[in-house]
Design a protein around this ligand. Structure first.
Ligand SMILES: NC(=O)c1ccc[n+]([C@@H]2O[C@H](COP(=O)([O-])OP(=O)(O)OC[C@H]3O[C@@H](n4cnc5c(N)ncnc54)[C@H](O)[C@@H]3O)[C@@H](O)[C@H]2O)c1
Length: 424
């Protein structure tokens, strides 16, 4: 393998593991991020990303192959630029300002023969129609003749103990065969399996297909959860039963809403692009409508469960277990918990919350954070305990034993039965 001088732009959930893996594979890496405090912390061995432990970061720093910077001048001499910056939605529209800013930084150091890879999730066409013209305008270099232009989606699943960067197959779409060859060789130096597609658009679409598939299927089971409650059916059991089919079925779970950087955001990138063709992407829009309504539905169920024991939400003490968007991580991005808490507070509830991975406060709420271990006293003091995130730190037996009423939106209490235990 030939060693490259790599610059990773954006040192978050996606960029930091990549910078560490590339350095570990023998490349020389400059990690660039305009966030001065983040860069200072990284230089001191403090990782802002849970999946990159401080110990690993210190080891990588000690290896001397990576350095972190917020200074654009430090990119000189790099031959491979990997862009891993956020691609949020602003007023439901793709916001590529950070990609544009990163491309401007790349343009200061890109030389003929270099490689530019976009890893940020975006709508199909971004690499060729937005990145390439900007690079041409700023540098006079055009792809595929002067440099290699590539899209390679990151598929990292934060908190997943089995699949990490190196053992998750990597999709690569280069503009032209030589760009694909160069990108394949680069990624194969630290990822077990690289899957080539014919161009950047196919790679961009692959990522959106994956996340739209999840979004739509989560909406399907969320809608089913709502009517199964009325039909008196335990949907969790039905999902478990359907999962025994060894072909043609993939299990998805209902929940209090969808969160994270990807599922609530990425499909909208695709539907935005489709709308520009003059028609809607109906699957995505319907799924968004259903998933976005889940916090309201959960709040209404909480009200019903309190009503059943002659209590009103107004004045009730509700303890929310877990506020992160998913199990065993502290990521609050797009988590439905703040929306749900606001809805409960809007009905007059006194909300307290506990999450071993998150420290407060939660914006625009008066909710009180419960610090330390979850105790029997805290559980017993609530009129209702609402399981929002099924962190493995929680002991379901303890929760069911001490809570007066439990509403479990994640089936954390699977296998337990009690008069005061209810599920989504
Ligand atoms: N987090 C995930 O699970 C995940 C998974 C797959 C794909 N993605 C995609 O990867 C991209 C990055 O997401 P993330 O979760 O790593 O974001 P993040 O917020 O964790 O990190 C992004 C970093 O980019 C930095 N940044 C902002 N503007 C910059 C610029 N102009 N130049 C260089 N750095 C800049 C920020 O300071 C931040 O440190 C997004 O498009 C996201 O959709 C994320």
């Amino acid at each position: 393998m030939s060693s490259r001088n790599v610059c990773v732009l954006g040192l978050g959930y996606v960029g930091l593991p990549l910078a560490c893996a590339a350095a570990g594979a023998g490349h020389t890496v400059v990690g660039y991020d305009p966030d001065v405090a983040r860069v200072r912390g990284l230089r001191e061995g403090r990782s802002p990303v849970e999946d990159v432990e401080d110990r690993l970061l210190e080891k990588v720093l000690a290896g001397g192959r990576v350095r972190f910077t917020h200074d654009v001048a430090d990119l000189q001499g790099c031959d491979t630029f990997v862009i891993c910056v956020p691609t949020p939605l602003t007023e439901k529209t793709p916001d590529l300002t950070m990609v544009d800013a990163a491309v401007e930084v790349v343009a200061t150091a890109l030389r003929p023969g270099g490689m530019v890879v976009l890893e940020s999730t975006t709508y199909p066409g971004t690499t060729e129609d937005r990145v390439a013209p900007k690079i041409a305008e700023l540098t006079g270099l055009t792809a595929p003749d002067d440099y290699h232009l590539v899209f390679s989606p990151e598929r990292i699943d934060p908190g997943n103990p089995i699949y990490q960067l190196s053992n998750t197959p990597r999709v690569v779409g280069g503009l032209g065969r030589r760009a694909g060859d160069a990108a394949e060789a680069f990624y194969a130096s630290f990822i077990d399996h690289v899957h080539r597609v014919s161009g950047p658009r196919e790679a961009e679409m692959a990522k959106l297909l994956e996340n739209t598939y999840r979004h739509v299927n989560i909406a399907l089971v969320n809608e089913m959860a709502i009517f199964c409650e009325e039909l008196g059916i335990n949907l969790w059991e039905s999902i478990g039963a359907a999962s025994t089919k060894p072909f043609g079925f993939a299990a998805f779970s209902p929940g209090p809403g969808v969160g994270g950087h990807c599922i609530p955001v990425d499909p909208s990138y695709l539907s935005w692009r489709v709308r520009r063709l003059g028609y809607p992407f109906r699957f995505v829009e319907l799924a968004g409508e259903i998933n976005d309504r889940m916090p309201s539905y959960v709040a209404a169920r909480v009200a019903d469960l309190l009503n059943d024991v002659q209590k009103s939400v107004n004045g009730a003490r509700i303890l929310v277990l877990g506020v992160a968007y998913k199990r065993d991580i502290g990521d609050m991005r797009e988590s439905p918990a703040p929306v749900l808490i606001r809805k409960l507070e809007g009905r007059g509830a006194q909300v307290r919350w506990h999450d071993p991975h998150v420290s407060g406060p939660i914006a625009d709420t008066a909710a009180v954070a419960v610090a330390g271990e979850l105790t029997a006293e805290e559980l017993a003091a609530a009129d209702l305990v609402l399981v929002h995130t099924d962190h493995s730190a929680y002991d379901p037996q303890l929760v069911v034993r001490h809570a007066r009423r439990v509403f479990d939106t994640r089936n954390m209490t699977a296998g337990l039965t009690a008069q005061h235990l209810f599920r989504l």
